[in-house]
Each structure stands twice: as C-alpha cells, then as structure tokens.
Ligand binder design. Structure first.
Ligand SMILES: [Cu+2]
Length: 193
C-alpha cells in the first residue's frame, strides 16, 4: 500500500499518484472492465477511505503474522524432548515410571499401562488418586478415549486402562497425582510411529 503523503490531496483535483495509476493504459485482459470506469471513479481516494484501507491492511497483516506463528508453533517438536519413561514430577514430590502392556506403544489399539509412583527417596506411593490426560501439542486434540487409573495393584503400581492413540507423532501424557493431601503432576512425552 502506498503511504499517504500529507498535502498531496486536494478536494476535487486529481493530483495524487493514484490518478496516474488509474490512467495507465489498460492491458488487454483489463479492457473488459473498462466500461465500468466512469469519470467519478477517477477522483483520488477520500482521506477516510485511505485511512480505513490502511487499518484493514494492518489488521490483515497482523492476522497473517499470528497465523504464521501458529503454524510454526504447531509444527515445532522441541529438539530436547525428553522421551524418558521415568520422570520426576513438576514440583518434585514424586517419581513416576510406566510400562506399556504392548511395545512399542501401538497406534489405534486399545491397551494399558502400568504406572509406578514412588517418593523421591524410593518409597512406593500407595492408594494415590490419579487423573489421566493425553494430548497432541501440535494438533490441539486429545485422546479419543477417557483412560482411568483407579486400579491399585500394590507396591506403588497402578493400572492405566483405556489408552488409545489414534495417530502417530508427538503425544504428551499428563498424570495428576494426589497423595497424602498433596497434588503434583508429571508429564511423559511419546513419539509414536
Ligand atoms: Cu493428531
């Protein structure tokens, strides 16, 4: 868009550069539109319309940039992704590890995990309350199922049932664990093929 120069516009007198653009001889492909060009359309753009066009342009640019940023973010897998099956919880209250019932972790197949929880000193965490959530950060969707982890197997082991990943790629599994009146979360990253 051409920047508007102050003082270059005078009411009724076509002095702006836009007039020059309109008066450029039409190329053959444009000639069929020539009949719609009436003298009134050759006047320079009113100031308000110009300002409105500038605002629309800036808004469109902002939207385009935001969209591009979203595409970059959604296609971005962190290079230092920790794919470990043993992780310390976010606040350091416990250590968690898991063992899938099927290896490698399958796509489009219902299976279960055994989740093991222990204190930082290695004592099993018994009868914790656990909620499960799975997500694909790049795609903005979760699991097709609602897995549960409400079966305690003993020795700090819990059965996670109803896990199903509907596609390969980067998944995150979040476990929210409440025990001894404390709550902490742990995240596992999976890269499924
Ligand atoms: Cu996905």
């Amino acid at each position: 868009m051409r920047p508007h120069r102050r003082g270059s516009y005078r009411e009724g007198k076509p002095t702006s550069t836009l007039t020059t653009v309109v008066n450029v001889p039409l190329r053959p492909t444009e000639s069929r539109f020539a009949m719609y060009t009436t003298p009134t359309e050759r006047r320079p753009f009113p100031k308000r319309l110009k300002a409105a066009l500038v605002i629309v342009g800036v808004l469109a640019g902002t939207v385009a940039l935001a969209g591009a940023a979203m595409v970059v973010r959604m296609n971005h897998v962190p290079a230092d992704l920790n794919l470990g099956t043993t992780r310390t919880s976010n606040a350091g209250l416990f250590k968690a590890s898991y063992r899938p019932s099927v290896t490698p972790i399958p796509v489009n197949r219902l299976h279960s995990w055994t989740l093991h929880l222990e204190t930082p000193r290695g004592e099993p965490i018994e009868h914790a309350l656990i909620s499960v959530d799975g997500d694909m950060p790049q795609h903005g969707h979760g699991l097709p199922t609602h897995p549960v982890a409400d079966t305690y197997l003993g020795h700090g082991d819990y059965l996670v049932e109803g896990l199903k990943y509907q596609m390969g790629g980067w998944w995150v599994m979040d476990y929210k664990v409440t025990f001894q009146n404390k709550t902490d979360t742990v995240r596992f990253n999976l890269m499924l093929r």
